[in-house]
Design a protein around this ligand. Sequence first.
Ligand code: BGC
Length: 373
Amino acid sequence: MKKINQTLILLTAALLLAGCNQAKKEIVKKELFGTYKGGEVYLLTLTNKAGNVLKLTNFGARITWLEVPDKDGKKDNITFGFDTFDGMIAGDRYYGAVVGRYANRIAKGKFTLDGVEYSLPINNGPNSLHGGPEGWHSVAWNTEIPEKTEYPTVRFTYKSPDMEAGYPGNMNVEATYTWTDNNEIIIDYALTTDKKTVFNITNHAYFNLHGAGNGDILDHQLVIKASKFVPVDTFLIPTGEMRPVAGSPFDFTTPHTVGERIGEAYDQLIYGGGYDHTFIFDNAEEVDAAVYEPVSGRFMEVISDQPGVQFYCGNFLNGTMIGHGGKPYVYRSGLCLETGHYPDSPNHPEFPSTVLNPGDTFKSRTIYRFSVK
Ligand code: BGC
């Protein structure tokens, strides 16, 4: 009898352990999503203890699905993406991706470092945008699932070769995503180089708190803790001014809906076709930006140690991109809060420096936190 009991206890323990391992494994599920230039592309499904799901892919180290509840507990995906890898390849290049080497624009695709002029691919009017057409958004990164982490975690790494898209230095890039039980996406970046270079790294996720593909974002209430922003010319290149937001439609230091002042005849709204500008964080508070959508009650907070954020409200979306579930992403149906340095900084010594030297590591963290109220 005693022996039977002992066997039973051992068996139960073994089963429990197997169950735990199974549960542990399941917090990050890795599936083949496609292949790109000979490299395997995976879909990674991260499920937190609240049962909410974040999907990533190593193609562009991108976020492709984020399912969180509304105030009644109804879940929906609130970020832009595609159901299939073929759809992703054919679709918008930047949805949810990590953008580099230089997120946003460099004027005329030229900058000078230590007396040497570098030329970059021109892919946006006369300028270079988002690291050129073959930037970090369009390569298959390596995928690691670190063990023994508190929350589901995926680390993407990429070796960007010297002179890739015209930029000097071999760079090692890391973007680590952690999906906490408190519904926070924590993105940790780490960059090193073996030659002096410039960089600007961001994540280009589009959000619609009604659910991706469910109407526009003009009713989203936005706060950006920024008393200045970066005005641009008609090609969206900074003029060098850092203009106070006070008294203008760029003042989001208190909540305003995106749509409230977007149609005003203000020079910068005309040049940008709406909001498509870097806001300079005051960095005085923990939360740097927040978005509230009153119908669903969804609330998103952005916390970052980067110097600013590109607030882009989907002015170039036109419904031709068909995303998850066959839904078209129409004009202004998604907003991006891309934390980072200011556009064209290598040509603006008055902006915070985007130079990275050998021996230094650039480390930065951005958190997107989701809740309801
Ligand atoms: C830029 C927009 C650009 C978009 C492309 C944003 O970061 O600010 O001007 O059209 O990226 O997806």
